[in-house]
Ligand binder design. Sequence first.
Ligand code: DGL
Length: 275
Amino acid sequence: MSDSRPIGVFDSGAGGLSVLKALVKELPNESFIYFADSANCPYGSKPKDEIIALSSAITDFLISMGCKVIVVACNTATAAAIDWLRENYSVPFIGMEPAIKPAALNTKSKSIGVLATAGTFKGRLYIETSHKYASDVNVCYQVGEGLVELVEQGIENTHEAEDLLLKYVKPMLECNIDQLVLGCTHYPFFKPLLEKILPPNVEIIDPSPAVAKQVLKVLVENQMLLDNSVDSTYHTFYSSGSTDVLKVLVSKIEEETGCELRNRVFFDTFIVPVS
Ligand code: DGL
């Protein structure tokens, strides 16, 4: 059976496009609907109940657009809302896993760094994963205050961004980390700067390729995979604010992956009502 319905992907803003990049590489024939809740970004310091209400409203919208599965391409929304979403909807959800496990397995210095939002560090997933896999390594964690805003403004490759990143990784380097986990989907857009700042022995871990593999697994298990290439594949982008940054980053993704995001449409200031 072949299922041509789209895959829904959402984030507080443009950050989830780093996950979409891994998804189009893994699943080039599938159609995607991406929702950026730019009007409510950032989610990082919002209370859990508010993030659940926003995630639920976006889920209603993506389901109304016929999505077969939903990727919560936001660590903060995964931490706050994925348990609730799974309890209240029958559509399969795939969330962001904090990549503590590979970092703890790979580290030689027995010290790893995790950069994420305050909301992600408070979540069950982060707490459970670090207890389970990182009990014998030193975890140097840091809230990336202000970083999401730089990506949303399209100024992620500036001196301002470099200074902020330096401030955040300095204490980690003092702890001798050799793995840096990117625990927010906005942060892979800082990879070129991080590669410049960090010594070569520090590996940067972005969980998106593993999440894309998990989406493939869920599609196969649910017999929802689109098993042959169709010309009608489409990529639709909605933002509750402006789609300007989405347009720039989508073009970058096409350049970097060599995958054409076919039949692209962008819809600005599309507000999903929270009931
Ligand atoms: N991309 C979101 C994440 O992965 C950003 C959170 C925010 O909006 O603060 O956590």
